[in-house]
Design a protein around this ligand. Structure first.
Ligand code: S3P
Length: 181
């Protein structure tokens, strides 16, 4: 397949937002999509960490979850309006009005994975405070059940189970292209 050249000036298309549970691949898929579209890659967690000068884990430990959710609200208000692929933290859309705010700036795509896949993908990473519990798989099932209604509000979704990285990237790219056309 022919590789697309990366434009020397950033593209100015509407943003592409990836939402979904932890471990569904938002950051890795998003980074690759940004590269191929010639967009800037943004990660809401990284944006908050940079502004706060501390990690998500430290923020949760020192200030609690609600403080972090408010910083996500700052991100939603303040990030650029176009030319970005944005990986949204898994809980970002679980507060009122967040999804609508993203939808005003661009195309929102939800990524899905089974609890087992999520467990496998997140077990190597200790930087997810909500999963630092004795039985992470049970916690994943519980949180997924709570959050499913929010993710299902997004009309465009891609299941990542049984699909290669490249297949997911392509599927999201197609959706983005037809949604913004
Ligand atoms: C969270 C997901 C994390 C991060 C924080 C809380 C959540 O982001 O924002 O640990 O509530 O689901 P990722 O989805 O990028 O892991």
């Amino acid at each position: 397949m022919r590789r697309e050249a990366i434009p020397s000036t950033p593209s100015r298309g509407s943003n592409l937002y990836l939402v979904g549970f932890m471990g569904t691949g938002k950051s890795s898929i998003g980074r690759e999509l940004a590269r191929s579209l010639g967009y800037r890659f943004l990660d809401s967690d990284a944006w908050i960490e940079e502004r706060e000068g501390r990690s998500v884990r430290e923020i949760f430990a020192a200030e609690g979850e609600e403080y972090f959710r408010e910083r996500e609200a700052d991100f939603v208000r303040e990030h650029p309006r176009e030319g970005c692929v944005v990986a949204c933290g898994g809980g970002l859309v679980t507060r009122p009005g967040r999804l609508a705010a993203l939808g005003e700036k661009g195309v929102v795509v939800a990524l899905y994975a089974s609890p087992e896949t999520i467990h496998q993908r997140t077990s190597r990473n200790r930087n997810r405070p909500l999963l630092q519990v004795e039985n992470p798989l049970a916690r994943i099932r519980e949180l997924l059940a709570e959050r499913e209604p929010y993710y299902r509000e997004v009309p465009l979704g891609v299941s990542t189970d049984g699909r290669s990285f490249g297949e997911v990237v392509e599927a999201v790219r197609r959706i983005y292209r037809s949604a913004r056309a």
